[in-house]
Ligand binder design. Structure first.
Ligand code: KIV
Length: 272
């Protein structure tokens, strides 16, 4: 079977830096499998994030904590096979980089070697800086992630907007600078006030990609299943739905069930 992939130029971390410098917004989406990665890539997304949100939307876990490194590598290698243009960034899952920079480097190397992805992302600021520095020594590009960091949900206790108070906002500003100075090529800011996100984006030279962080940043990211309307229950203010696949898919499956039960499928032209 042909993959149908064409020869196009791959987006690199340098292209993203140029996009920021020239004020060109960056479009990033998650994907976790070959078939949807092909569609996302073909539709022109610049960055595909193989997010640990796979733990929620692919595996049905309540949090992102249970997903393993092997499972992330499985998802990432499927996405790599389905993409030709987008830069592929893979989340380091919970427990594979915190408090152990050697372990972090080994996790990142496994992702790069076994999946063929182009960069890793990890959550946190100063508390994970030695892990970030060590991963960078191997030439592996690192994307940071500040604000709401879902792997710390049991510390926060809730998924509400972060950094509304001065102290947390100041810490986030300082962590963003620290990640830039360490050599991160980009930064995700999740669910923080739009004014703070815009201020951080203006204060660093690396691209800042927002989710629930307003329009003053350098790009946007959404979870694919949320923006396609597959998951009806998740309704945060920041989410714009571009399709209602819940209706489309349940309608199609109900139609199939109806036709099978009525012995209307297959008909004489749908058989040999
Ligand atoms: O795992 C994920 O999908 C993410 C995005 C929400 C940024 O980290």
């Amino acid at each position: 079977m042909s993959t149908g992939l064409k020869n196009v130029k791959r987006v690199t971390t340098h292209v993203l830096l140029e996009m920021k410098a020239s004020g060109q917004p960056i479009a990033m989406l998650t994907a976790y499998d070959y078939s949807l990665a092909r569609l996302v890539d073909g539709a022109g997304v610049d960055v595909i994030l193989v997010g640990d949100s796979a733990s929620n939307v692919m595996a049905g876990h309540e949090t992102t904590l249970p997903i393993t490194l092997d499972q992330m590598i499985y998802h990432a290698s499927s996405v790599v096979r389905g993409s030709e243009r987008a830069l592929i960034v893979v989340d380091l899952p919970f427990g594979t980089y915190q408090g152990n920079s050697k372990g972090a480097l080994n996790s990142a190397i496994r992702i790069m070697k076994e999946s063929g992805a182009h960069a890793v992302k990890l959550e946190g600021g100063r508390e994970v800086i030695t892990s970030i520095q060590r991963i960078l020594t191997a030439g592996i590009p690192v994307m940071g992630h500040l604000g709401l960091t879902p792997q710390s949900i049991y510390k926060f206790g809730t998924y509400v907007v972060r950094a509304k108070e001065q102290e947390e906002a100041d810490r986030l500003r300082a962590d963003a600078k620290l990640l830039e100075e360490a050599g991160c090529f980009a930064l995700v800011l999740e669910k923080i006030p739009a004014a703070l996100a815009a201020e951080v984006a203006a204060s660093v030279t690396i691209p800042v990609i927002g989710i629930g962080a307003g329009n003053g940043v350098d790009g946007q990211v959404l979870v694919l299943h949320d923006m396609l309307g597959i998951n009806k229950e998740f309704n945060p203010r920041f989410l714009r739905r571009y399709a209602d696949l819940h209706e489309v898919i349940t309608g199609a499956v109900a139609g199939y069930v109806r036709d099978v039960r009525a012995k209307d499928f297959p008909n004489s032209e749908e058989q040999y």
